[in-house]
Design a protein around this ligand. Structure first.
Ligand SMILES: O=C(O)CCC(=O)C(=O)O
Ligand SMILES: [Fe+2]
Length: 366
């Protein structure tokens, strides 16, 4: 594999465009200027963050799936996957085959990138009319409560969708590291989609085929430390508009929480494991059997946290609706309307992230 050279930065005509977001302050800089300030725009209604819904004791119940067993078609592991998707919508994957070094290089280079001075990072600033680059997405109104985070967002697959002008060339080799990490995640994703096809009663390659082309986007979330973690959220509660999301977190920092039985359950990092969640596409295809679960990230008082979310999604023109055979087997009606994926995705970007409000729009009114 050759390296991604610095010369290939001209605009790519095949690259899709996305919905813009309003400009907001860089949170990392706010903290640098005054570690104690928490501007009003970031302060949540206390009901939003209260610990009364704390269900941390359930963390150890979040399923752990062995990908090497799934790949062999192990029945028991496939059952575990089915249960995980029905009951949790989230699980952690071990024995996924992505080399430790690939994961570690990604963490090291990314940490270095975020430590660069703002002007350096801003060479890759997200323009007002795009969602790729370094900045903030999903800001749609001046009076929306803001998330305590900055992000670097890149479309990585298919390669012809890339906009390389947003791929940082510092630290040295970062582009190749992003590519190697994304390739690893893609292989895991393909393997998982095969197993998802199986548990959804289809040929192994059915889901991949339905995507026409597997599109993969990377969102690196940077959550600076916050002097008042009880007042802010790193990322608002939302469900992912993806088919599945594959997330790497740092092993020594907590932040991700998922909604379960009305409470918030932290996903405790397991070293080198990847966190996977069912996205809205699987929820719709499965007619709600598998749920795209609401999740959020909280901040830490003394440490910044970085998370790496890879979203696997269908091509824009693919139509998504509940699979006929699943509707029949559940002997219920179709719970979701047909949506064109690209329209669904873009309309979600025009809203602020707000729980399951967007999936709700695809629901058939009853
Ligand atoms: O930081 C995390 O753990 C969650 C990130 C997330 O949910 C997202 O980027 O969609
Ligand atoms: Fe998410």
């Amino acid at each position: 594999m050759g390296s991604i050279s610095d010369e290939t930065v001209e605009e790519n005509a095949d690259a899709p465009t996305y919905v813009p977001s309003l400009p907001v302050p860089n949170v990392q800089e706010l903290v640098k200027e005054d570690p104690l300030q928490v501007p009003d725009r970031y302060v949540r209604d206390q009901d939003d963050i209260l610990q009364v819904n704390d269900m941390s004791w359930l963390s150890s119940e979040i399923p752990i799936i062995d990908l090497s067993l799934l790949s062999k078609g192990d029945k028991e592991e496939l059952n575990k996957l089915d249960l995980a998707c029905k009951e949790w919508g989230f699980f952690q994957v071990v024995n996924h085959g992505v080399a430790k070094k690939v994961l570690q290089d990604m963490k090291d280079a990314t940490t270095e990138f975020f430590e660069l001075p703002l002007e350096e990072k801003n060479k890759y600033a997200m323009p007002p009319d795009d969602i790729q680059g370094y900045g903030h997405a999903y800001v749609v109104s001046e009076d929306q409560t803001l998330d305590w985070s900055d992000a670097l967002i890149l479309v990585v697959y298919p390669a012809q969708y890339r906009k390389l002008k947003f791929w940082p060339s510092t630290p040295k080799g970062y582009k190749d590291i992003i590519e190697a990490y994304s390739k690893g995640v893609k292989d895991v994703g393909v393997e998982l989609l095969r197993s998802f096809s199986t548990i959804m009663g289809m040929d192994q390659d059915a889901l991949l085929g339905l995507h026409e082309e597997l599109v993969q986007a990377l969102r690196v979330n940077y959550y600076p430390e916050c002097s008042r973690p009880d007042q802010v959220l790193g990322i608002s509660p939302h469900s992912d508009t993806s088919t599945i999301t594959i997330l790497m977190q740092e092993h020594d920092k907590h932040g991700l929480q998922i909604k379960h039985n009305g409470g918030w359950v932290p996903v405790k990092p397991i070293p080198d494991a990847l966190v996977v969640n069912v996205g809205d596409v699987i929820e719709i295809l499965s007619n709600g059997k598998y749920k795209s679960i609401e999740h959020r990230a909280v901040t830490n008082e003394s440490k910044e946290r970085i998370s790496y979310a890879s979203f696997l999604v269908p091509r824009d023109d693919v139509e998504i609706e509940p699979l006929d055979h699943l509707v029949d087997s559940q002997s219920t009606q179709k719970m979701y309307k047909k949506v064109v994926y690209g329209e669904y995705l873009r309309s979600s970007m025009k809203r602020r992230m707000e729980g399951k409000a967007h999936t709700q729009m695809a629901k058939v009114e009853t």
